[in-house]
Every structure is written in C-alpha cells, then in structure tokens.
Design a protein around this ligand. Structure first.
Ligand code: HEC
Ligand code: HEC
Ligand code: HEC
Ligand code: HEC
Ligand code: HEC
Length: 246
C-alpha cells in the first residue's frame, strides 16, 4: 500500500515526539533515593576530613521510605510514614482571600522529613530480611538543626552546619511555614488566578490536590529532572505564572 506523503510526515513527527513523551526522570539515584545516602557517606577522604558513617537505616528499597503495599499509615496513596502531630504556623496575610489550613496528609508526608521533627528512616513497614539496620526501631537521622540536634547522624550537624560541605544543604522548612508559600488552601476562583483545565490539572503539570495547593502542586517527588523536583520549569517564573495573573 502506498502511503501519502502527509501520512509519512505525520509518522516521522510522532516518532520524533515519542521519546519526549516516554522519558520522565527517575527517582532512582536522586535525592529521594534514600538507599544511596549511607553509601555517599562512606566517602573518599577530603584533605582535611575523612568521613565514614551510616546516617540512616537502609531498607534497601526506594519506595519504602514513603509507600508500602500493605498496612499503610494513610490509605491514599499508601503512605508508609509516621506523620508529625505538631501544629504548624501557617502563612497569613491580610491581602489574601484564602485561608491556609493545617497541611493535609499529602503535605504532611513531605514535612515528615522536611520539618526536622521526625527521622528520615521512621517508617511503618519494612522487609527485615533485606534491611541493613543500625538501630531500628529507634528512628534517627533527621534534618533538624541548631541546638536541637543531638546526635552526629542528624543531617545538620554536618550539612549547612559545617562549612566544609557547602555544596549540599538538606533543606528543611521547620514547623514554621509562615515564611513559605501558603499551602492547604482551596484554590480561588478569581480574576487574579488562572483556572485549571479541569478541577485539578494545569496544562504544564502543575496540579491541585483535592482542590487545594499542597507541596505536590509544584513539586514532583519522583522526578529530579527539573531541579529541585519541580513539575515545570520556573525560568521566567513560568511556574508562578501558571496560577498568578501578574
Ligand atoms: C520521598 C517520598 C516518595 C518516594 C520515595 C516515592 N514516592 Fe510515590 N508518591 C509520593 C507522593 C508525595 C505522592 C503523591 C503526590 C504525587 O502524586 O506526586 C506519591 C504518589 C505515588 C503514586 C500515585 C500517583 C502517581 O504519580 O501515579 C504512585 C503510583 C507512586 N507514588 C509510586 C511510587 C513508586 C513505585 C516509588 C518507588 C520507585 C515511589 N512512589 C517512591 C512520595 C514518594
Ligand atoms: C558527619 C557528617 C555528615 C552527616 C551527619 C551527614 N552527612 Fe551527608 N554528607 C557528608 C559529606 C562529607 C558528604 C559528601 C559531600 C561532598 O561530596 O562534598 C555527604 C553527602 C551527602 C549526600 C550526597 C550529596 C551529593 O550532592 O552527592 C546526601 C544526599 C547526604 N549527604 C544526605 C545526608 C542526610 C539526609 C543526612 C542526615 C540523615 C546526612 N547526610 C548526614 C557528611 C555528613
Ligand atoms: C523520606 C524522607 C523525605 C520525604 C518524605 C520527602 N523528602 Fe524531599 N528530600 C529528602 C532528602 C534526604 C533530600 C536531600 C537533602 C535535601 O536537599 O534536603 C530531599 C530533597 C528535596 C528537595 C531538594 C532537591 C534538590 O535538588 O536540591 C526538594 C525540593 C524536596 N526534597 C521536596 C520534597 C517534597 C515536595 C516532598 C513531598 C511531596 C518531599 N520532598 C518528601 C527527604 C525526603
Ligand atoms: C507554589 C509552589 C510551591 C509549593 C506549594 C511548594 N514549593 Fe517547594 N519550592 C518551589 C520552588 C519554585 C522552589 C525552588 C526555589 C528556588 O530555586 O529558589 C522550591 C524549593 C523547595 C525546596 C528546596 C529549598 C532549598 O533550600 O534548597 C524544598 C526542600 C521544598 N521546596 C520543599 C517544599 C515542601 C516540603 C512544600 C510543602 C510544605 C513545598 N516545597 C511547597 C515551589 C513550591
Ligand atoms: C498552584 C497555583 C500557584 C502557584 C504555582 C503559585 N502560587 Fe502563589 N498563591 C497561590 C494561591 C491560591 C495563593 C493564595 C491567594 C489568596 O488567597 O489570595 C497564593 C499566594 C501567594 C502569595 C501571597 C499573597 C498575599 O496576598 O500575601 C505570594 C507572594 C505568592 N503566592 C507568590 C508566588 C510565587 C512567587 C510563585 C512561584 C514561585 C507562586 N506564588 C506559585 C497559587 C499559586
């Protein structure tokens, strides 16, 4: 059968498009692959520092630090983490129409590592036959900083706290979210805001969760390609302008 030229052109176009459609970045080896953290710490000596420490229980699985197939702590989407029970200080501003609430469990998941109150390896279920345990169930290795940190395995006793390693800073937000972009508020219908395509999704991947702005609205934990784990590039403030009409 003889194909018409436009059909061949279309086919070539689709073939060119295909890789960009299937190639999403992978969590494997990213900052959210906790299985490699200890390995990074069995490290070649710097001229003035030799480091050989295990900082977390290594469960030798990537997903397990956040998800479990059974006995989840929160059903959707199968969280395997203990969530912090603290009350967060939320962003507040007289010029806002919305009211940020306490973070939903979607954002609490992120905060269970990124607020510094819980250890990175504090999970509910793991496979004991493949795990390398340091002192399970004692969770340790958290992002907390300042005089609050108490063991040499807390990230900030070296990262950011130690000027020898300025290239890496575990980013922790603390429980004071008043200096962070507001979360846990219902997305407003307003002439100051673009509307999503449907109830949740914008064309560039930015998404609302249960109609709200949460950490995963802007971030994709699974994909390190657009740093830092962003759903879309923020060059020219593209990410911000997805929502704000400015
Ligand atoms: C650092 C925490 C973290 C790790 C590690 C993690 N996830 Fe997730 N996962 C999340 C969060 C947060 C969500 C919900 C927000 C979203 O969908 O982006 C989610 C949602 C999901 C979903 C449902 C929504 C979707 O995107 O399809 C699936 C499936 C999933 N994860 C699979 C995995 C698998 C498989 C792994 C391991 C290879 C993994 N995740 C590792 C945090 C994590
Ligand atoms: C005793 C000091 C020390 C402690 C405590 C420590 N780290 Fe590190 N970490 C280092 C050093 C040194 C490196 C290598 C830095 C370099 O390549 O210059 C490193 C590297 C890393 C890397 C790889 C960074 C990269 O860009 O390749 C990650 C991820 C990491 N650490 C996470 C953590 C986490 C999470 C914690 C807490 C659970 C922690 N570290 C605690 C000293 C420490
Ligand atoms: C199991 C612990 C854990 C959970 C849960 C977790 N993170 Fe992380 N995250 C880390 C560690 C460890 C790093 C590497 C050190 C750092 O930069 O803080 C990191 C790094 C990051 C970075 C910086 C990446 C870079 O390239 O510099 C961002 C952004 C981030 N996480 C966002 C999130 C968001 C959003 C969530 C929830 C959807 C989340 N994280 C959930 C442990 C976690
Ligand atoms: C409105 C969008 C938006 C929301 C919501 C959001 N972030 Fe971010 N986040 C960003 C952007 C954009 C950056 C990159 C900032 C930069 O590069 O200067 C970032 C950076 C980060 C970093 C790296 C900071 C550093 O010091 O290197 C972490 C960690 C992080 N976010 C975690 C979170 C967590 C946890 C939540 C929820 C509590 C959250 N983010 C909610 C947009 C967002
Ligand atoms: C998913 C949509 C979304 C994205 C993406 C987003 N914002 Fe927002 N932003 C909101 C909403 C909703 C509010 C609360 C608005 C209100 O209640 O009036 C808000 C509030 C704010 C406020 C506080 C306004 C006030 O009145 O105090 C600032 C500042 C802000 N955003 C800046 C940014 C910046 C900068 C970026 C990019 C890094 C960004 N936003 C990305 C939706 C978004």
């Amino acid at each position: 059968m003889k194909q018409s030229p436009w059909f061949v052109t279309l086919l070539l176009f689709l073939l060119l498009l295909a890789p960009s459609l299937v190639q999403a970045g992978t969590i494997v080896g990213s900052y959210h692959d906790m299985t490699f953290i200890n390995e990074k710490h069995h490290w070649r000596p710097k001229p003035d520092f030799l480091i050989e420490i295990d900082v977390i229980n290594n469960y030798n699985e990537i997903c397990v630090y956040c998800h479990t197939p059974h006995n989840a702590t929160v059903e959707v989407p199968l969280w395997n983490r203990e969530l912090s029970a603290v009350t967060y200080t939320t962003y507040s501003s007289g010029s806002m129409t919305t009211q940020p609430g306490q973070p939903s469990h979607y954002s609490l998941l992120c905060l269970s590592c990124h607020d510094g109150t819980l250890a990175i390896d504090a999970i509910a279920n793991y496979n004991p036959s493949t795990a390398e345990l340091l002192n399970y169930p004692d969770p340790h290795g958290s992002m907390k900083a300042g005089p609050g940190y108490n063991t040499h395995t807390d990230c900030y006793s070296c990262h950011r706290g130690n000027t020898l390693f300025p290239n890496f800073a575990p980013s922790f937000l603390t429980t004071d979210l008043s200096n962070d972009h507001p979360i846990a508020m219902t997305y407003p219908e307003s002439p100051k805001y673009h509307s999503p395509l449907d109830s949740e999704n914008f064309a560039n991947g930015i998404r609302l969760i249960d109609g709200k702005v949460e950490c995963s609205t802007c971030h994709n934990v699974h994909d390190p390609d657009i740093k830092p784990f962003l759903r879309t590039s923020n060059v020219g403030s593209e990410l911000c302008l997805t929502c704000h009409i400015k």
